[in-house]
Write a protein of this length. Sequence first.
Length: 354
Amino acid sequence: MASIVDLPSLVDCLGDQPRERFQRLFWVDQVMGSLRLPSGARALAEQRFGSATELERQHVIRVVNQFTFEGALYNPVRGRRPLPFGEPGSVAQDSTSPFAHPLRDTSADVFGRVRGRHCITAANLARWEGWHGVLIFDEPDPLRISAEALKDAFAVSLAWARCAHRCDPQARYFVWMWNGGLKGGASVAHAHAQMALGRTRHYARVEFLRRIACEYHARFGSNYFQDLLAAHADLGLSFQSGGVAGFVYLTPVRPKEIWLLGTALDDDLALAVHKALRNLIEHTQTQSFVAIAFLPPLFDRDTTEDWSGFPAIVRLADRGPVNMVASDIGAIDLYAHASISADPFVVRAALKGL
């Protein structure tokens, strides 16, 4: 099986056109990190990492997306470093949670609620957007959400957006997000997603991605997202789930990041998200996660904005074990270059049936 340390040689082995496409999208550098272990430290190093020799000569791969400037630093050794753990977190139903009885204990939007077969909406009490809703799953455990519940969640979220847009016709830029569990960033353990509808322009990073795609098309005459997919496919990192294409991203924000490219926030995309998430949970020990979906404006598009060729995108990533005491993100990730402990080639190999 290929490894991230093989990336430079894998790129070199590509044909001329695939290699040119990859190299215009990504910059890759490989460096050897060397150190000297004193004799007294070798036994402890081998106990903690398995091999003192591997510590003395470590392969570090740096990858940069040359258009978005997302970057990842990979070193297989970091995935084996010991981390502090506490008592396992619980995802069991908490009868004191306001989400256990949403009709009684949560507020409604001014237009009311949208009820689905597996979820119900509520108004977010502490808003980061004017139109900001919460979608509360009937199933409290985020690791046990079914495919049918996720399809229902997408449909209910779009119905919520239509209600918000009727109240405020200028609100049309939709984003959907799901922090899976407390370690994933949720403030309430009970499974819930959030959706928002912004005004005037899309959310900053989505708008940035749109402009990147426009610039890319103007320079190279091809679709940025399709070329990004093809570059990952050339290395064996892509997959197909029904009518939705996906890949394990080479410059992720967090480990095990998967991109899914659909045509709408529909059943096909929901099924692909569910299948990818189940694979992460069942085959890579994911216990908490983040997911975000964004797409072109849902209503009354501004004709000065070019959204042609922009798909419905879901990004899904791991946030670490629920009982890990240390944070999964540090200063290097926030301000310089993401340090990623999961090898994308190993993650791809773990995705069964994709």
